[in-house]
Design a protein around this ligand. Structure first.
Ligand code: NAD
Length: 468
């Protein structure tokens, strides 16, 4: 487990970063240390915890340049890295504002007049977070912030493909005495992730279905909760009443942002046959206007494919589709430039569900567009998947909502795309293989880290009527 892991730079292909995974014994000691720290963290109360997280935010601001540089080296893209940092910092503020009310305790009367109910919540002592490489900062902290505010200690194991960003965050954690005993990051690969599950009380996992199943099994063996946020194959449905300019712009963004390396990328586009041609023409024109972020990180909109293994998957999906008759209207190749893997926005037509590009997660800037003749057929095609993460529907609002209600997914953007990436208020559950457990979004996200306790208090001294 302690063999070093050499990490590839997505722009140069060079192995320019090394991770030395911890021994099992070291990991166990870290978990014990955090467990110990959690006792004081809980006693600090919610106000104290908010103050510590605000101090952390200030310390991160002092590390901002280093953090940006590390994240750019992890992912090869600049503007999304800046957005990730902004979004992470604003989520600290958002949770700090919400949490006092969410953690307020209540005393209530019950159906029996002389029995009072006091409800409190008890946080899990130690939460383990295991996260992926596509949004390394956001997805390693999205669960950690509410967990910390709920009163848990947190240990985070980010993806071995992108964990350079950890060093500046650790510096910022060390600058906050109250935080350093309850929050840490540990770098390592899958073995470290698996090992971590042995020592925590709850696990938040974001990643593939394949690994999610292993995590769920390991957590089940220990009877600890596992919240799984897994892959997707999100559909978009475009009906004749849609505004085609708006639909093509939204779908282009929803499919291509972060080079399509997003769980909620639109990866299948179903368009009513009466508007298929104008829709495709507009989409192709807009797709062609986007440029690679090459040769410099400041240029263009489309960053490199971060993980080398993903480049191979994208190529496999494209070749399979082309072999089975798909037409490439733009893009269509995965090329190596100076060691990095790149793919132009790609529009495919003549696609069907025998092609893996329509059934398996591609995680690349690929937009396969398929025509349908009735609304029912469009809905059936959208639901013909093992996934159920999110979706998008484009039509006159009432009609779009009626269709959206029939899609088996947890979050549906109407006349827009990927809104759950930006709006975290809406509670949602993943359907089918896209995940398991409580909502990561909305107020329910915090409740995942709390166990409810009910204190039932007898308030009179008369014998209860049901006693012997
Ligand atoms: P992955 O499953 O390969 O790895 C995810 C994490 O799990 C990594 O940190 C890895 O080291 C760790 N890991 C590997 N084996 C493990 C094991 N046996 N036990 C414990 N941990 C282990 O996923 P990835 O390739 O890093 O990420 C891409 C996937 O993540 C895609 O499927 C994408 O859709 C999904 N994703 C989902 C969401 C969501 O919110 N639903 C968000 C982003 C990404």
């Amino acid at each position: 487990m302690t063999n070093p892991i050499e990490v590839r730079n997505p722009r140069t292909g060079k192995l320019d970063y090394t991770i030395v995974p911890p021994s099992s014994n070291w990991l166990e000691q870290q978990c014990l240390r955090l467990r110990q720290g959690q006792k004081h963290w809980l006693k600090m109360g919610v106000k104290g915890r908010i103050a510590a997280l605000q101090q952390w935010k200030q310390a991160i601001l002092s590390e901002r340049d280093r953090l940006t540089e590390a994240l750019v080296n992890d992912t090869g893209r600049l503007s999304i890295s800046v957005m990730e940092i902004d979004s992470f910092l604003s989520s600290i503020d958002r949770w700090c504002q919400l949490v006092p009310e969410l953690l307020s305790e209540s005393t209530k009367s019950t159906t029996i007049p002389f029995i009072q109910l006091q409800q409190t919540s008890s946080p899990y002592a130690l939460v383990g977070v295991i996260s992926p490489w596509n949004f390394p900062l956001l997805l390693s902290t999205i669960d950690a912030i509410p967990a910390l505010l709920a009163g848990c200690a947190v240990i985070i194991k980010p993806s071995e493909i992108a964990s350079r960003f950890v060093a500046p965050l650790l510096t910022a954690i060390n600058a906050v005495p109250d935080l350093r005993d309850v929050l840490t990051f540990v770098e390592g690969g899958g073995a470290t992730g698996a090992n971590l599950i042995e020592y925590v009380d709850l696990v938040c996992f974001t990643g593939s279905v394949l690994t999610g199943r292993k995590v769920a099994e390991a957590a089940a063996k220990r009877f600890i909760p596992a919240f799984l946020e897994l892959g997707g194959k999100d559909p978009a449905i475009v009906l004749p009443s849609a505004n085609l300019d708006l639909a093509t712009s939204a779908i282009l963004w929803g499919s291509i942002v972060n080079t399509g390396q997003s769980c909620l990328s639109l990866e299948r586009i179903y368009v009513a046959e009466s508007i298929f041609e104008p829709f495709v023409n507009k989409l192709v024109a807009k797709a062609k206007s986007l440029q690679l972020a090459y040769p410099t990180v400041e240029s263009g909109e489309i960053g490199p494919i971060i993980a080398e293994r993903q480049a191979a998957i994208i190529r496999e999906h494209l070749l399979d589709a082309i072999e089975k008759g798909a037409i490439v209207l733009c893009g269509g190749t995965v090329e190596n430039k100076d060691g990095g893997w790149w793919c132009h926005p790609t529009v495919l037509t003549q696609v069907n569900h025998s092609m893996i590009v329509m059934t398996e997660e591609t995680f690349g800037p690929i937009m396969p567009v398929m025509a349908f003749s009735t609304v029912e057929e469009g809905i059936n095609l959208a639901n013909d998947t093992i996934y159920g993460l999110s979706a998008a529907v484009f039509a006159e609002e009432k009609e779009a909502l009626a269709v959206a209600q029939q899609i088996n997914a947890g979050a549906i953007s109407v006349n827009d795309a990927g809104l759950t990436a930006l709006i975290h208020e809406g509670e949602k559950n993943s359907f089918k293989y896209s995940g398991l457990g409580g909502s990561r979004m909305g107020e329910a996200a915090l409740r995942r880290f709390l166990r409810k306790k009910a204190f039932l208090v007898k308030t009179n001294s008369a014998p209860d009527p049901w006693w012997f």
